[in-house]
Write a protein that binds this ligand. Structure first.
Ligand SMILES: Nc1ncnc2c1ncn2[C@@H]1O[C@H](COP(=O)(O)OP(=O)(O)OP(=O)(O)O)[C@@H](O)[C@H]1O
Length: 449
């Protein structure tokens, strides 16, 4: 029987988590977890409420589990979360039911549309003009113009916002319409639950009576055959009944290799539109709009500085905006260039030339508490293999070094090892959202070193 030093493990865990989770989310979620015991390969923790427990399960379970395995060097270690004074609730994150279509009582219909994400709050520029026009056309005549509407583009460029805008507009025109926003993960969880509870028929009936189904991040359906099968039938039933389907993805359907051909061909059968990173003018307009909505008096030079510093992700622009406002308020300072420059140090995006393989190795070693020599050495223990592959993967993505050069920088390894690492990490990103989030954080942090 193995016992662990719980306070040591927890301290390490929170330290590692704080590198990839924002301070506010650390306070809201992670610091609400109380570790209780660590015995027999089980780390048992409590949280104050069911809601919190669900949110942690949904967003952080796999990340915490992976880190615990890493810290304890024990692949069998398991996390158990329970609500204080209740029974253990331990569900793999993937199976966890969240913002499900039909809430627990199975009666009330929840649209999950965010009332704030509307066309009125969406800034239109060259990068998203076509996608916006298509979305407006669909919202004006759902089911009849472009069906499905497939919106794709990189993370943080406004796909979800645009989809909620469609949902809001459809509901405004017809408050009785059954409009539903789900992520593909929720769709998958609903299917898993239906299978486990023998309620697949109910699931099918309920999903197929929707007037406008909006499904986000469809790329997470790749490799999930049973879910694809069910989605295929849902899709056909809705389409035949002239119900609107709106789909988003991080890439064009043709680039989704692990998607069944029959789905791929249906996705391109309606209208496929992309969203590109916003140009400078649009970024300035987005920041201005946000300041206007939040009634913040932000000087022009500050707006311009944010827009110039962060160029490829609107979510990051919003993050910088929020941090500047929070910093000025907490420190009782005006929102000026001094505050902006202090805060932007963490956010500044550098050109690809500024990122070196050494920087990447240093960053990953720091995160995983390894020595640089561990990563470039010949040893292959489990706790080093993945960090090494991540570092190789990031070297390929963030620098323009050739594969042989990357191999050389990692202790003279062959370029095929780099390719293998790249493919493995890319696959893991596609299959595991928390891992994908962690990689996004690494990229952002390395860009700002
Ligand atoms: N054109 C825009 N005008 C105003 N706000 C925008 C615009 N585009 C994006 N945003 C805001 O940027 C943030 C990120 O956008 P959103 O969540 O829609 O991105 P996404 O493309 O769905 O990303 P992901 O693929 O990671 O889910 C949101 O808060 C959204 O409101």
């Amino acid at each position: 029987m193995e016992t662990y030093d719980l306070s040591y493990i927890w301290e390490k865990l929170t330290d590692k988590l704080s590198h990839s989770i924002s301070e506010s989310n650390m306070d809201i979620y992670i610091r609400q977890i109380t570790p209780v015991s660590a015995e027999n390969d089980v780390i048992c923790c409590t949280v104050p409420s069911t809601t919190l427990c669900s949110a942690i399960q949904q967003n952080y379970f796999s990340l915490i589990s992976a880190l615990l395995k890493d810290i304890t060097k024990n692949d069998n270690i398991r996390l158990e979360l329970k609500v204080k004074n209740q029974n253990v609730l331990e569900v793999p994150a993937e199976h966890y039911k969240t913002d499900s279509l039909f809430k627990d009582d199975e009666k009330s219909f929840e649209s999950n549309i965010n009332p704030k994400q509307r066309f009125e709050t969406f800034v239109v520029g060259n990068s998203n003009r076509f996608a916006t026009a298509a979305a407006q056309a669909v919202a004006n005549d759902p089911g009849n113009v472009y069906n499905p509407l497939f919106i794709y583009g990189n993370s943080g460029l406004g796909k979800t916002h645009l989809m909620h805008a469609i949902g809001n507009a459809v509901l405004e025109a017809n408050p009785n319409a059954k409009v539903k926003y789900v992520t593909s993960e929720t769709f998958t969880n609903d299917i898993i639950n239906a299978i486990q509870n023998h309620t697949v028929k109910d699931f099918q009936e309920k999903y197929r009576t929707i007037d406008c189904l909006i499904i986000d991040d469809i790329q997470f359906l790749e490799n999930k055959e049973r879910t694809q099968e069910e989605f295929f039938h849902t899709f056909n039933a809705l389409k035949e009944a002239n119900k609107q389907i709106v789909i988003s993805s991080d890439r064009h359907p043709q680039s989704m290799d692990k998607l069944e051909e029959r789905l791929r061909s249906r996705f391109v059968n309606g209208l496929t539109v992309d969203i590109q990173p916003p140009d400078l003018e649009t970024r300035i307009a987005i920041i201005r709009k946000k300041a206007e909505i939040e009634k913040i008096n932000m000087p022009n030079e500050v707006i311009q500085t944010i827009a110039v510093s962060i160029d490829n992700n609107i979510r990051m622009i919003e993050g910088a905006f929020n941090r500047i406002v929070a910093y000025a308020s907490i420190m009782h300072l005006p929102i000026d260039m001094k505050v902006t420059e202090t805060v932007l140090k963490d956010f500044a995006t550098h050109s690809i030339q500024n990122i070196t393989i050494e920087k990447i190795i240093g960053h990953i070693c720091k995160y995983y508490n390894l020595q640089n020599d561990d990563l470039i050495g010949k040893k292959r223990p489990k706790n080093i293999a993945l960090p090494r592959q991540i570092a190789m993967y990031l070297s390929r993505r963030l620098t323009d070094a050739s594969l042989p050069k990357i191999g050389l920088s990692f202790g003279g390894r062959d370029h095929t090892t780099v390719i293998h690492a790249y493919e493995k990490v890319e696959k893991m990103r596609k299959e595991d959202r928390s891992f994908d989030n962690l990689l996004q954080q690494f990229e952002e942090q390395i860009r700002s070193i």
